[in-house]
Design a protein around this ligand. Structure first.
Ligand code: PEP
Ligand code: MN
Length: 334
């Protein structure tokens, strides 16, 4: 952190800030330029409230050298984090494929889709039992009944379960059934929920908020990690832009950016990013090309009857085609 003092700042004012910063635990190196006093802060700056410094009338500006996230930062953890679930690896150059319906709707629906996606190469089964819907009148999910069906589907196919946890009240029941707990875009900054997830033994799939910056996503990961859970998987699922043709805009640059900034695995959800099934394969390929650690894809055998997100759900044959294209890309890389 660097504090640039105003040209007219008096020596006493500069020294006062310097003493305050030192009392908060960092070392301060002052230097006087022709017009400005510059204070360079090194060491532990975590106790410093930058907005208090900016509020000081003698301060011209404050420059932050480091990112505000630490545990999620690649600076302090250069090697990739690899999250392991039932001997499957997410991160570190492995491509994890998660697929399944948006919502668990019925026994037959889930078992059909689970077997289809498994047969085409999915490693994880996704499916929501508690659904965060924009309208309170839309299907809200089967709740615990849906979780029981997910458990059955796991017994049938062997695939670990990715399912959303929406609130603290239902956290324990979702944790009892899910192998990876998803925190959805709408809850990315639900800080009490993030803290609860930080105390869980389960890996957390943290989706980027609808209008969240990459730094905000990493700060939410930091919340989970600060409570003791190091197994966070980030997910780019499209953000709000002025473009309305697609449901959201897939921020493809977020993948290489996050790989630079963080050691955490980052996967892509092309289904929610686009809202259109026809865009899912091209954007999956784009995600693989920029180095995603995985994909989470909505698949439904009867999308026209789906209780949520039918328009973005791939039919099993289309999912099979996508998997073939991706395998072709991976073979080319080798
Ligand atoms: C979902 O995965 O079904 C979902 C609701 O995703 P998001 O939180 O990204 O909208
Ligand atoms: Mn969905």
């Amino acid at each position: 952190m660097v504090i640039v003092m105003k040209p007219e700042a008096k020596r006493e004012a500069v020294e006062k800030i310097q003493r305050k910063m030192e009392s908060l635990g960092c070392q301060v190196h002052g230097s006087r330029g022709e017009n400005y006093w510059i204070l360079g802060l090194v060491g532990d700056t975590s106790k410093i409230d930058s907005s208090q410094i900016e509020a000081n009338e003698n301060v011209q500006k404050l420059l932050k050298v480091q990112h505000p996230f630490k545990l999620a930062s690649r600076l302090f953890h250069p090697e990739d984090t690899i999250v392991e679930v039932d001997h499957l690896k997410i991160g570190g150059g492995n491509l994890a494929i998660m697929a399944g319906p948006c919502s668990v709707e019925s026994h037959d629906q889930l078992m059909t889709i689970a077997q289809e996606v498994k047969s085409h190469g999915a490693q994880f089964l996704r499916g929501g039992a508690f659904k965060p819907r924009t309208s309170p009148y839309s299907f809200q999910g089967l709740g615990e009944e849906g979780l029981k069906l997910l458990k059955k589907a796991k017994e049938l196919t062997g695939m670990p379960i990715v399912t959303e946890v929406m609130c603290q009240e239902t956290f324990d029941v979702v944790e009892a059934y899910g192998d990876i707990l998803q925190i959805g875009a709408r809850n990315m900054q639900n800080f009490p929920l993030l803290k609860k997830a930080g105390k869980s033994k389960r890996p957390i799939l943290l989706k980027r908020g609808l209008s969240a910056t990459i730094e905000e996503l990493l700060m939410s990961a930091e919340y989970i990690m600060a409570e003791g859970n190091p197994n966070v998987i980030l997910c780019e699922r499209g953000i709000r832009t002025f473009e309305t043709y697609t449901r959201n805009t897939l921020d493809i640059s977020a993948i290489p950016v996050i790989k630079e900034l963080s050691h955490l695995p980052i996967i892509v959800d092309p289904s929610h990013a686009t809202g259109k099934w026809s865009m899912v394969e091209p954007l999956s390929k784009a995600a693989v090309a920029v180095g995603t650690d995985g994909l989470i894809i909505e698949v439904h055998h009867q999308p026209e009857q789906a209780l949520s997100d039918g328009a973005q759900s791939l039919k099993p044959q289309k999912f099979a085609h996508l998997m073939k294209s991706i395998k072709g890309m991976m073979a080319l890389e080798k």
